[in-house]
Design a protein around this ligand. Structure first.
Ligand code: LLP
Length: 438
């Protein structure tokens, strides 16, 4: 991947830095992010949109990996930012991200989150339901402000990675349904609320999608809806947001398309649909998360114990697990791995990689082909940049790993490894328990 290579010592090298040196200097488990590759992915989106000639924003879906250094990179590369909580918003603001380029999502934004967003000067709030619509208008009114909004609609296109289900009505907690008329009513209501400025609509069909059909189907449906709304309500959408979900290659057999092809499919579908209706071409927004940071990440682990069950399986345990990568346990996600310290040695055995948490489900990889694994080896699991650090936990009171960015032979810590003090930082022993003796 990207700028990963194998150096003359037979070690994995990421961004010009030897993985064994990273492990020695920063310890393991360690999240290593290839900054050059992150920037390359950002540029691929920006470049593909520029080629389309349409006005656009590429909003990095920060939920995939939201840390201040990443916000800086997104900003430098000219991206906007999608946040879904006060914590992500706070991170972006602390990083100095231009707030007018932040979009706020979520199906249950609290009044406090809305306050915070409006006070900060949020660029756009993606309104999810009727309750929020009214609440947002009221809060904006109290503040004497007008807030830009998109309405999240459920287009009735659902992507299950490879397959799409096109339904009249979708059973989802998100958004206004297109099929049952609630999206139409939402536009009507929103356009009558005086403290809201309705820019357009938003649709997100799923995640880790490989084919373009789903995006095309969603674009077609949104365009039909735009036409209906213009005819019946005289409301014209200036912005169409088509969400994220662009797939990446976790495994050898995965076949995502280059970023440029997803963007071209979307922008072509927009041009085709809107031009056909003589509709002023809207600005197109997308929200990639995984496809910006996913393949840039590698997690380094130190191999510890192993357990060989003859004729059944060999379990090889590493010093991390579901606390730093819950995706295999949660989604049956699969990963590839290699020995970073013996990268040129031929594979010799099929083993399963276990984490160190006290539960059987804490497996990182079932069946991976590796050289004969020994205690002390450095295992590198690839494609861990998205939804790994972001979803990490302190289960078993395990400290969260550090995150380093590597680029041009240089490594920089962007998240420090948690300390034991961090682990107990929010623990409080009530007075009445302080005197307890056994
Ligand atoms: N926009 C919206 C409204 C979303 O809900 C999401 C992801 C994205 C954009 C970014 O999607 P992406 O480009 O990253 O596929 N934790 C799961 C993924 C959950 C995705 C949730 N929404 C995982 O680890 O696979």
């Amino acid at each position: 991947h990207g700028t990963s290579t194998i150096n003359s010592q037979g070690h994995l090298e990421i961004g010009g830095v030897d993985a064994t040196e990273l492990a020695a200097q920063y310890g393991t488990p360690l999240y290593v992010m290839d900054e050059g590759l992150i920037r390359q992915r950002c540029q691929e989106f920006m470049q593909a949109f520029r080629l389309s000639g349409l006005r656009f924003q590429v909003a990095y879906a920060s939920k995939a990996f939201c840390v201040m250094a990443m916000c800086r990179i997104a900003q430098e590369e000219g991206l906007s930012l999608d946040v879904v909580s006060d914590g992500e918003l706070y991170t972006a603001i602390q990083a100095g991200f231009p707030v007018e380029r932040i979009h706020f999502h979520g199906n249950n934004k609290t009044p406090q989150e809305i306050d915070m967003a409006i006070d900060a000067g949020i660029g756009c709030i993606v309104v999810d339901n009727f309750v929020e619509l009214q609440m947002l208008n009221a809060i904006a009114g109290e503040k004497g402000k007008t807030v830009n909004i998109l309405l999240r609609i459920t287009p009735g296109v659902e992507a299950h990675t490879h397959e799409y289900i096109s339904t009249g009505q979708t059973d989802s907690k998100f958004g206004f349904d297109l099929g049952n008329g609630s999206a139409f009513r939402a536009v009507q209501e929103a356009s009558e609320l005086s403290n809201l400025s309705l820019l357009g609509v938003h649709s997100h069909i799923g995640s880790q999608i490989f084919e373009v059909e789903g995006f095309k189907m969603a674009t077609d449906k949104v365009a039909l809806f735009a036409a209906e709304v213009r005819n019946k309500l005289k409301v014209v959408f200036k912005v169409i947001n088509l969400g994220g979900g662009f797939g990446i290659r976790y495994m050898e057999g995965d076949t995502p398309l280059p970023v440029s092809q997803y963007v071209k499919a979307i922008t072509d579908a927009i041009k085709h649909n809107f031009a056909a209706q003589d509709y002023p071409l809207p600005e197109i927004w997308v929200e990639p998360g995984r496809s910006i940071v996913g393949d840039s990440g590698t997690t380094l682990y130190t191999v510890g114990t192993h357990k060989d069950i003859p004729g059944v399986r060999k379990y090889v345990s590493v010093d991390g697990g579901m606390t730093d990568n819950p995706r295999p346990a949660l989604y049956d996600a699969t990963y590839e791995a290699m020995l970073a310290n013996r990268a040129t040695e031929p594979n010799a055995e099929i083993v399963s990689i276990a984490g160190k948490c006290c539960e059987s489900g804490d497996m990182l990889i079932w069946d991976v082909n590796l050289p004969n694994v020994e205690s002390g080896d450095l295992l590198a699991v690839s494609c861990t940049g998205a939804y790994n650090y972001a979803m990490a936990s302190n289960y078993n009171r395990i400290r969260k790993p550090a995150v380093v960015f590597v680029q041009n032979g240089q490594a920089d810590v962007v998240i420090k490894r948690e300390s034991f003090q961090d682990i107990v930082a929010n623990d409080v022993i009530p007075e009445r328990l302080k005197m307890v003796t056994s």
